[in-house]
Design a protein around this ligand. Structure first.
Ligand code: F6P
Ligand code: MN
Length: 306
């Protein structure tokens, strides 16, 4: 059972109380997920996930914990996870799409990972225009959470106090408000093997390598947080033999696109905003390009030049 974050304090309260309760629940699970990882760096028992990927024990643990925490939130209608074939019904209300442990392949090498959250107005699959809030936790040297909603985008630090007044407590402290992307971008991170990139993307990457500094760690949340912090562009592009790239629209691309667009940046699937991509299924993949608008506009132009 995750500790409670109900006493998170006014400074992290969202305008929509259900959204506030959802991020309280996510924050409450983060220290528990972190604490459980040392013994869960091995492959999980059971099948691959619905995307055909090997599941780590940490993915399964995080998924169970988040399912319990989020289905208990009043106003959540469905828990929808990258690790589950279908939605888990929770009553009436928002659909919460979760990538429980994004970047879990970093478990073996002990690098950053985190949970991605998308709060959708109705049932999934839906476009990102149905998002009312989105964000992610980052299990780095510090546990942080970036939350984007109607109020804007903020960064919080999550801390656990096992000896709190009400027992085991988790606090959320806002450390940066009204976040916007830095206007002078400095970093980039591109996923996939270079030989698998298309000629058009490769030509774009050649230009970017001359202008920006590479920051790539192999977990989307960690690599996107580099862009959130320093400005630049993150991409998991369309590949020669995988035109839809790797990342999942509902669980990964849409929530990240929502955060970046709320920060004044842009997102694209190669030709238009990620948030307009019409899904066919829950586990659809999509190429993802996010960052400062001028850099995203340029990648769209480069990809159109075939
Ligand atoms: O969830 C998929 C993921 O782990 C992302 O976090 C990350 O961006 C990507 O896969 C890394 O893929 P690759 O190892 O091909 O760069
Ligand atoms: Mn992921």
């Amino acid at each position: 059972m995750a500790p409670n974050a109900n006493d998170a304090g006014d400074e992290s309260a969202a305008a929509d109380p259900v959204v506030g309760a959802i991020f309280d629940a996510v924050a409450a699970t983060a220290p528990e997920i972190r604490a459980a990882l040392p013994g869960r760096r091995v492959e999980g028992e059971g099948d691959d996930n619905p995307s055909g990927e090997t599941v780590m024990a940490g993915d399964l643990y995080a998924d169970e914990l988040l399912a319990d925490a989020l289905t208990a939130v009043e106003g959540v209608g469905a828990y929808v996870s990258e690790e589950r074939e279908a939605a888990t019904d929770a009553g009436e209300g928002y659909s919460v799409a979760i990538d429980p442990l994004d970047g879990s392949s970093n478990l073996r090498s002990n690098n950053v990972m985190g949970t991605v959250v998308g709060v959708y107005e109705g049932a999934l699959p839906a476009t990102g225009r149905d998002l009312v809030a989105a964000g992610y936790t980052l299990l780095g040297p510090i546990t942080t959470m970036v939350v984007a909603d109607d109020d804007g985008v903020r960064e919080e630090v999550i801390e656990r106090d096992p000896d709190g007044e009400d027992g085991d407590e988790v606090s959320r402290s806002v450390v940066a408000e009204d976040l916007t992307l830095p206007s002078d971008p400095t970093v980039y991170g591109f996923g996939g093997r270079v030989p698998d990139w298309t000629d058009e993307f490769r030509a774009y990457a050649d230009e970017i390598e001359d202008e920006l500094k590479l920051r790539y760690g192999g977990s989307m949340v960690g690599d996107v947080n580099q862009i959130v912090t320093y400005g630049g562009i993150f991409a998991y592009p369309a590949l020669r033999d995988a035109p839809d790239g790797k990342l999942r629209l509902s669980f990964e691309a849409n929530p990240i696109a929502y955060v970046i667009e709320r920060m004044g940046g842009a997102s694209s699937d190669g030709s238009g905003s990620i948030l307009d991509v019409e899904p066919e299924g829950l586990h659809d993949r999509v190429p993802l390009y996010v960052g400062n608008e001028a850099l995203v506009d340029r990648v769209e132009d480069a990809l159109a030049a075939d």
